[in-house]
Ligand binder design. Structure first.
Ligand SMILES: [Zn+2]
Length: 191
């Protein structure tokens, strides 16, 4: 079994844009290329898991989300950074109309997509990590029993300020950005 690093998308890999709906708005955050390359070279599977309730809200289609992932994959790949799998949840429990308005297991902090990736890529979940800029990312890590890393890009700084001391203690590492987070993992989790 391989270890994996699960990544959030908006605010972790690319600059946060509320309900991104234009491919031209995609900007990769500084440190993301290098961070993902580091994980690739260290032998981790890299899996992106993102909540895209904009689909349920009718802001954009599932096809558009796939186009965004194709574009990000291309941008990252040009600088040698490879994502093994892009997975997203298009649902919302209360907003929009069926089939996308529903309670699901794939919306973070649910672990449906972690389990999907784990079975498809033969991943050792307990030896893996989740890196993200929101509390739902951290809770996904906790729910799946893997390491949790909060990045201070995207909403990360505001999330950091809003956390209780008890929550902060349970986060394995607070990182400046994706590169800082990846370096910490690759160097063997030394604080
Ligand atoms: Zn879902």
């Amino acid at each position: 079994m391989r270890k994996a690093v699960f990544l959030d998308r908006d605010g972790t890999i690319n600059e946060e844009v509320e309900y991104l709906d234009d491919l031209g708005d995609l900007r990769i955050i500084k440190g993301a290329y290098k961070g993902i390359r580091l994980l690739n070279h260290a032998g981790f599977k890299v899996v992106v898991i993102t909540n895209q309730s904009g689909v349920a809200r009718g802001f954009f289609s599932e096809e558009f989300v796939n186009q965004v992932h194709g574009r990000l994959s291309y941008m990252l790949g040009q600088r040698g950074a490879v994502v093994d799998r892009w997975l997203f949840c298009p649902h919302h429990p209360e907003v929009g109309s069926p089939p996308f308005r529903r309670v699901c297991r794939c919306r973070k902090p649910g672990i449906g997509l972690v389990e999907k990736a784990a079975s498809e890529l033969d991943i050792d979940v307990e030896g893996s990590f989740f890196i993200g800029d929101s509390l739902s990312d951290i809770r996904t890590a906790w729910n799946a029993g893997m390491g949790s890393i909060l990045v201070l890009t995207g909403h990360g700084k505001a999330v950091f300020d809003s956390l209780s001391d008890e929550e902060l203690c349970q986060i394995d590492f607070i990182a400046h950005d994706l590169f800082d987070a990846s370096r910490w993992i690759v160097q063997g989790r030394k604080r």
